[in-house]
Design a protein around this ligand. Structure first.
Ligand SMILES: [Zn+2]
Length: 195
């Protein structure tokens, strides 16, 4: 059955889904009513059509600029720098942070050949300069790549008026922002330290 095999092949490429789980999902879709299968296909298509990147901060959004960038109550003089667009949603869920964001899109990893040109730094530097930013909070994961990137950003921002801070306690070393619980993340925002 070519259609089934092809679907299993595609599903197995999802993170955390092995071939066995992929087959289980495919059979589940096959057994469910036509409406569900059509809705699933439609939603997946809509996700890619409707969600794009904010041209200011780089986070996921349906309107450009995103609700955070266009909000009159968010503090535009504080920029939180994260690795991935989904990190913005994680931090927003903690409800602790009232500034704006900047998504790097990658972390420095010299061993893997990822240099500074992979990071979207020009836009960050423009924003720091044009919006009289007073603080840049670096919220990259506490991994080797996250730390290397934080130190590099600190160096790049040296000539600006912004002080550079980093999320401090709470996030385990080698951990991932995505898996930090809301309270832990809120506490690390309050306890951020100068870099
Ligand atoms: Zn934005």
């Amino acid at each position: 059955m070519k259609a089934l095999e092809e679907l299993v092949g595609i599903l197995a490429r999802l993170p955390g889904i092995g071939r066995k789980s992929a087959a289980r999902i495919a059979f589940h879709i096959l057994k469910s009513d036509d409406q569900y299968a059509a809705l699933l296909a439609e939603r997946i298509g809509a996700l890619k059509n409707q969600v794009r990147f904010c041209s200011t901060c780089g986070s996921y959004t349906e309107e450009d600029p995103c609700p955070v960038c266009s909000s009159p109550v968010r503090d535009k003089t504080v920029i939180c720098v994260v690795e991935q667009a989904q990190d913005v949603m994680t931090i927003e869920a903690s409800r602790e942070y009232r500034g704006v964001y900047h998504v790097l899109g990658a972390l420095l990893s010299p061993l893997d050949g990822v240099g500074p040109e992979a990071l979207k730094l020009d836009r960050l530097l423009d924003r720091v300069r044009d919006q009289a930013v007073s603080e840049v909070v670096i919220a990259t994961n506490p991994t080797v790549e996250g730390d290397t990137t934080a130190l590099y950003l600190k160096k790049v921002l040296e000539g600006s008026n912004a002080r550079v801070t980093r999320l401090a306690t709470g996030i385990p070393v080698g951990g991932d922002l995505e898996y930090a619980d809301r309270l832990t993340l809120a506490r690390s925002f309050r306890g951020r330290v100068p870099l």
